[in-house]
Design a protein around this ligand. Sequence first.
Ligand code: ATP
Ligand code: MG
Length: 367
Amino acid sequence: MYLESLTLRDYRNYEDLNVSFSPAINILLGENAQGKTNLLEAIYVLSMTRSHRTNNDKELIKWDKTAAIIQGRVNKQLGTVPLEIQVNSKGKKAKVNHLEQAKLSQYIGQFNVILFAPEDLALVKGAPAVRRRFVDMEFGQINARYLYNLGQYRTILKQRNQYLKQLQHKKNQDLVFLDVLSDQLAAFGAEIVHQRLIFLKQLEFWANQLQEEITQSAETLTFEYATHLEDAADQTIEQLYAQLQNDLKKATKKEIFQGTTLAGPHRDDVRFLINGKNVQTYGSQGQQRTTALSVKLAEIELMKEETGEYPVLLLDDVLSELDDMRQTHLLKTIQNKVQTFLTTPNLSGIARTLINEPKIFHINQGN
Ligand code: ATP
Ligand code: MG
């Protein structure tokens, strides 16, 4: 799929923008603070209904204005789909084919993007939360059921944590309601773990191919899902559910004391191993970067496999962070396959690596 055109009204520093894009490579060229990332962010919001930079939607509205509108036409195998996101002080609306969607989760999946920013190079060395967010965002885009499970899980988790805090101050603790919440949490949690394991296996396959290519077969990349659940990979959903229920029961006393839920997929992690050794602990800077790149690029293939179409790739200032060899691999992967938007303050180095003529947009103060 690719984004044919984009219209922005009162979005960040864009008052009124109307542009058509190349289905291949689009370069957003401009000095600092002109609106390059804002434009990429708008494309991201059109895909995910939310920004990758902020949880506060109001920041997306142009200063002194009351509402921001993002409209895009997405070209898919089955035809062109108009999409729209509107943000105002009360909330936001998402439209597909001019029809407002009752839930934002119904909207996600229409238009798939993968964003790669310098922070993503921290995917390997960052905290577990960074990897969980990565897993949830990516798998949520390709699988509606995953997104649904995740939404339910988060709601119940929040409720359960609140209830645990209430229990701290009660003499006669009524654990029946807690059991109900634990049961629901375990049900959604088990399915989340199960789905994560399946998608991670697929992602691992593509990531390893890339890693071997980049390192000329010197490095084999494997993934390990880190969870308190035993033998998670070999368990059925029912078995995972039973284990999770059990783990929650065992932890109850400690949970009430700490006022928070201690077992479940919200605490799991993913480990990346090169030739069997954890890259986070033992990998060199270069190995950590290559691994992050392989994992990110593997998503392109996973999305194609799961949805039948390639996603759109958004690269924010990443080329300058990669050395020549990694740049070449990145550009080789995307050539002729994936519509790409990349931001840069100058063209040196980029143009010579690209085989196809890119479409270049000069960005100057929101124009
Ligand atoms: P860099 O090369 O430094 O990354 P950039 O071109 O990516 O620069 P952006 O992040 O896209 O820059 O734009 C930042 C500018 O957008 C800020 O300087 C700010 O003035 C402006 N801006 C951000 N939010 C809003 C808003 N809600 N309304 C108006 N202007 C905004
Ligand atoms: Mg920027």
